[in-house]
Design a protein around this ligand. Structure first.
Ligand SMILES: Nc1ncnc2c1ncn2[C@@H]1O[C@H](COP(=O)(O)OP(=O)(O)OP(=O)(O)O)[C@@H](O)[C@H]1O
Ligand SMILES: [Mg+2]
Length: 236
């Protein structure tokens, strides 16, 4: 198996507090890996270090053996949805994607293609600020796949989605992964991710507590039960 993403003794501290605390873990290529842990566990901080939005205090976070910013063509190799992503509310969904596409040298025809993939063709010309939360999440996903990247890094894409939205997301991620893509997707909702992912990385208080194929980590329990056992039931 090929390693797509590797964290090597990664530390990100704020003052004396380690938001990410000596995290070493690997993400296998071509699989959906759930990056799971409760609120405040350090998921977003880790992903921000991975894509160069935050500088590690020590250790490493690499994609295909390189820092994100050292990759050739990072936009076509790695797609991201992180909470800080900025779309303009006054522009339509389509216009927003065209801005991103133009900046990355991606043809407009691809914008129509990704709008269709996230089922926003009908709403493409409506102002983004009028979109529902689910539609905004789907637009962000469309932006992430514009460059047809090999790796997708998604921070809480299921946040705020209703059951139909979560089922849609699951199918969408599965279809991307079946084309050989690597997906690292964070969530604090363990039950919702259980059916979506192949592998899990579970962290708590910045530290790795479990890593591997989900069945192996669950050992016959649900992901939530496994998490509670691994952490002694303590909430952070
Ligand atoms: N810029 C910052 N300055 C200080 N502390 C921070 C900063 N960013 C994050 N933290 C702290 O680091 C810890 C981890 O936060 P992080 O956002 O990475 O968690 P998370 O796992 O993404 O949580 P959630 O599920 O709520 O999104 C938290 O205690 C948070 O308060
Ligand atoms: Mg977060």
């Amino acid at each position: 198996m090929t390693i797509a993403i590797a964290f090597g003794d990664l530390v990100k501290s704020y003052g004396k507090f380690n938001a990410v605390d000596h995290l070493s873990a690997e993400v296998q290529q071509g699989r959906i890996t759930g990056f799971l842990g409760p609120n405040g566990a350090g998921k977003s901080t880790t992903l921000r270090c991975l894509v160069g939005l935050a500088d590690p205090s020590s250790g490493s976070a690499e994609i295909f053996g390189k820092k994100y910013r050292d990759l050739d063509n990072p936009l076509s190799r790695v797609g991201t949805v992180l909470d800080s992503r900025g779309f303009h509310g006054a522009l339509s969904g389509k216009a927003n994607l065209k801005v991103v596409a133009a900046a990355a040298g991606i043809p407009d025809a691809r914008v129509d293609e990704v709008l269709q993939m996230v089922e926003l063709t009908e709403a493409a010309d409506r102002k983004m600020k009028k979109y529902s939360l689910g539609m905004k999440q789907r637009l962000a996903l469309a932006g992430a796949i514009l460059g047809d990247p090999e790796v997708l890094i998604l921070d809480e894409p299921a946040n705020g989605l209703d059951p139909a939205g979560i089922a849609w997301l699951r199918k969408f991620l599965r279809s991307l992964a079946s084309g050989g893509r690597t997906i690292l997707v964070s969530s604090h909702q363990l039950a919702e991710m259980q059916n979506t992912v192949d592998d899990v990385l579970i962290i708590n208080k910045g530290r790795l507590i479990a890593e591997g194929p989900k069945e192996q980590v669950m050992g016959g329990d649900t992901l939530e039960e496994a998490f509670l056992k691994l952490t002694g039931g303590a909430l952070s």
